[in-house]
Design a protein around this ligand. Structure first.
Ligand code: ADP
Length: 554
């Protein structure tokens, strides 16, 4: 039956974890993408709102500006009509100055004029001029513009017969000068004359300032009236883009514009809203960028996912080591148990012919029982060390004494292997600690030397003072294969066994050296491994606080 992909994934937890990790990351990335998109559209909507407010502000200013400037122009027009009505012949340009200077005329001011002029519409194109002279070309351009205005009979709303020519149209030398025109005539006879005035931008700026005060850019319920002006920048410019009126803060971010129309020289009003207004106009203000937060959260998710994967890998390695442990221990148990059972059965049934055979059998039973005891002791010690236990009270321990005892108890095992145990105990050193723990440390090291070294080898146990003095060092040298340099740290981990020994006949639990390391830590000392001079392994344990005793008894 073909395997489904899901069941084959379930059979390989590592692959499953990797797939889940990738899926989680993809999901987190998708969520981050969504969040970034939502934040961007939130921001875009808020920005669009501010731009709309700018467009409305420009429109309000332009409407109010038309009203203020138009009022002044219309008042001047009325005054001019009144004045011209009193004369059968149209007076010269000075009439305009007189009309504007009238006390009760609330009209444009003659004070800002550079020059005033008049053109009589009698087919003889000529400007009667008073004031600053113009270059010939500027004068020609102005004459054409005035003639065009006179010819313009397009119907307009109301009786308005005035017009503003924006700066630069025509070009008159000063790039910000306006030309104000008033047409005198009637519907029957058409335009009889045009009075005009070349003025500085202040002429227009004055009514625009008044308009600004009335424009009401925002509903007072949203923005208090006194702060409205400080939040909106207003710029009025002619088609030549030369600003003729500027007010408000220096901001150019959220911009809208409106034009004042042909009669006002197509002046453009541009409004820009200060981002500071966003808190008043939009609930919660302009949303800040979420990118750093999203990147941080994504990195955190990635880091946590990575950590989970690492933990999983560690867990898997531990599980494999535990499996090795179980099979190693089973092997360790089965071999001596089988030997003990067989030999004891033979002893029971009197199956041996000679006393020597019987003695040999009891020796083997003893040796195997010893190995079993040691194995079980190591397992128990390992689990004891992982529980909180009160440390036994330290006692003075003679290291030479412990080593001699050990040599005695190992004699049957060593004999069986044909191994030699050489003791180099030139000095006795006494340390303070748990005697059983010290004995277990050395027992494990010697047992490993016997187990992993070749039969018939010499195992050397040396006791010496440390350099600098103050501690005791015990080394166990064997003539086995040694420990490869890159494994010398890992062999101290619980359940760890070298690959070459995993399936070797000499089974093991992988706990012996981890018990050695733990006990040495508790004793305040340390354990290490290197190569022995003969090529085997040299395990060294160092105990602190050693006191030299009299030369070791034989
Ligand atoms: P084990 O019960 O397997 O002996 P240990 O923790 O005592 O467990 O040792 C861990 C591993 O280190 C062993 O499986 C073996 O591969 C290696 N080892 C330990 N002592 C020696 C030694 N004297 N010579 C060679 N290899 C050794």
């Amino acid at each position: 039956m073909p395997r489904s992909p899901v069941s084959s994934l379930a059979r390989r937890p590592g692959l499953l974890a990797a797939v889940l990790f990738m899926a989680t990351m993809a999901l987190a990335a998708a969520l981050a993408w969504q969040a970034a998109g939502a934040a961007a559209s939130h921001r875009a909507a808020a920005e669009a709102t501010l731009t709309h407010h700018a467009i409305i502000a420009a429109w309000r200013m332009s409407r109010e500006g038309r009203s203020w400037v138009g009022y002044g122009m219309s008042q001047a027009e009325d005054q001019l009509l009144r004045e011209t009505a009193q004369h059968s012949e149209l007076p010269g340009p000075e009439l305009l100055r007189r009309a504007l200077a009238e006390k009760d005329c609330d009209c444009m001011s003659a004070g800002f004029s550079r020059a005033i002029f008049r053109m009589v519409n009698n087919g003889e194109p000529k400007l009667d001029w008073l004031g600053e002279p113009l270059s010939d070309s500027a004068r020609q351009a102005l004459l054409h513009a005035v003639l065009r205005a006179a010819a313009d009979t397009a119907p307009r709303k109301g009786p308005r017969a005035w017009q503003i020519l924006a700066p630069g149209e025509p070009g008159l030398g000063h790039t910000t000068d306006f030309v104000l025109l008033w047409k005198i005539g009637d519907p029957k006879h058409g335009v009889r004359a045009i009075y005009g005035m070349v003025v500085e931008p202040a002429q227009i700026a004055r009514p625009l300032r008044g308009a600004l005060g009335e424009a009401n850019f925002f509903p007072p319920s949203l923005v208090p009236e006194r702060s409205a002006d400080s939040l909106v920048r207003i710029e009025v410019a002619g088609p030549n883009r030369q600003p003729v009126f500027v007010a408000g803060p220096d901001t150019h971010r959220f911009v809208g514009s409106d034009t004042m129309g042909l009669a006002f020289g197509n002046l453009t009003v541009t409004a820009a809203i200060d981002p500071a207004a966003s808190r008043l106009l939009i609930k919660g203000g302009l949303p800040g960028s979420r990118a750093p937060m999203i990147v941080a959260l994504l990195s955190l998710t990635l880091a946590m996912g990575g950590a989970a994967l690492l933990l999983l890998r560690r867990e898997q390695r531990l599980a494999r080591l535990r499996e090795d442990f179980v099979s190693g221990v089973s092997h360790e148990l089965r071999t001596p148990l089988t030997q003990i059972r067989m030999l004891s059965e033979l002893l029971q049934s009197d199956g041996f012919h000679t006393d020597a055979e019987r003695t040999r059998a009891t020796e083997v039973i003893h040796r195997e029982a010893l190995r079993l005891t040691n194995l079980v002791d190591n397992v128990l010690e390992f689990s004891r060390l992982r529980r909180p236990n009160p440390a036994p009270a330290p006692e003075p321990v003679s290291l030479a004494g412990v080593i001699r005892e050990l040599a005695e108890s190992f004699a049957p095992l060593l004999n069986a292997q044909g191994d030699r145990l050489e003791l180099a105990l030139d000095v006795d050193l006494e340390v303070s600690g748990d005697r059983d723990a010290i004995s277990r440390v050395l027992r494990n090291l010697v047992e490993n030397a016997v187990k992993y070294g070749p039969p018939g080898q010499a195992i050397r146990l040396t006791l010496a003072a440390t350099d600098p003095p103050g501690g005791a060092r015990v080394t166990v040298d064997d003539q086995g294969p040694g420990i490869p340099a890159d494994e010398r740290l890992r062999i101290w981990q619980p359940y760890y066994r070298l690959d070459r020994d995993r399936n070797a006949p000499a089974g093991g639990s992988g706990l012996g050296l981890s018990v050695v390391a733990d006990l040495m830590r508790l004793l305040g000392g340390r354990a290490s491994v290197e190569s022995a001079p003969g090529g085997g392994a040299r395990f060294t344990v160092e105990f602190p606080g050693a006191v030299t005793r009299a030369p070791a008894p034989p």
